[in-house]
Design a protein around this ligand. Structure first.
Ligand code: ADP
Ligand code: ADP
Length: 225
């Protein structure tokens, strides 16, 4: 699904240039569940932003489902992104002014799904995430674990092939964290490819494989037993 070769990303300010990704290479197969780990500042967020087509690289190649996307403009990236990729963040990133139902409905509005179909799809996914009873609540009225379940519902409602998760349990206690990891595992077993950035060795054990980064490069792509 993903083939990245010699990826480069620089951040330039007036004084300094930071090399965030230094000819990084990695592959992810369809159906895999991969954890990305490494110390703070090693380039994990930068890599996730590029994988998610939120940002573009300064050099190298990013082939997504056989298409070279490294030089796609923002419009083409957005189009691929909204049809193929779901995002789960550490801080949930729900919209406070919208209800649970409306938050989850949003990606379907962006992709032009008709209203009656939207209701069906949102209800289906809220049911699956066991959060249906909170459909008319606002994010601030929910616990962290519930908010993350809503965020996962929003990430999967468009049936994306790939889910990118950035520290998905970072703001949760261990019981809610494990629940979120179980949900991600279920989605993976149903065929969704998952790439997750994590600091937690515990969470990484839910994955098939850990890719370790250091100073903007891949240091190990080890297969887990
Ligand atoms: P981001 O992934 O958003 O870029 P960072 O990697 O910069 O976040 O992490 C922010 C800080 O929090 C770092 O100092 C990192 O080591 C620390 N941190 C985050 N999660 C954990 C964790 N589970 N255990 C230990 N340190 C953590
Ligand atoms: P991680 O997620 O592993 O903590 P990042 O991808 O956030 O790492 O950062 C990689 C490097 O790029 C770090 O040295 C960081 O300070 C730098 N960096 C990240 N974002 C920016 C930015 N917007 N401007 C300047 N430097 C940045």
């Amino acid at each position: 699904m993903i083939k990245i070769t010699d990826l480069e990303k620089y951040y330039r300010t007036e004084e300094v240039e930071t090399i965030a990704l230094n000819k990084l290479s990695m592959n992810v197969n369809t159906g895999e569940f991969v954890a990305i780990m490494g110390p703070s500042g090693c380039g994990k967020s930068t890599l996730l932003n590029i994988l998610g087509m939120l940002d573009d690289p300064d050099g190298g190649s990013y082939v997504f489902n056989d298409v070279e996307v490294a030089h796609f403009n923002e419009r083409k990236r957005a189009d691929l992104r909204k049809h193929n990729i779901g995002f789960v963040f550490q801080s949930f990133n729900l919209i406070d002014e919208l209800t649970v139902f409306e938050n989850v409905e949003l990606p379907l509005i962006y992709t032009g799904v008709p209203s009656s179909e939207r209701v069906k799809r949102v209800e289906e996914v809220l049911d699956k995430m066991q959060i249906m009873h909170r459909r008319n609540h606002y994010p601030q009225q929910l616990s962290g674990g519930q908010q993350q379940r809503v965020a996962i519902a929003r990430a999967v409602v468009n049936k994306p092939k790939l889910i990118l998760a950035d520290e998905p349990t970072g703001n949760l206690d261990s019981s809610n964290g494990n629940e979120v990891m179980e949900l991600l595992t279920d989605l993976n077993e149903q065929g969704t490819t998952i790439i997750m950035v994590t600091h937690s060795e515990h969470d990484a054990r839910y994955s098939h494989r850990i890719i370790r980064l250091l100073d903007g490069q891949t240091v190990v792509e080890n297969i887990m037993i």
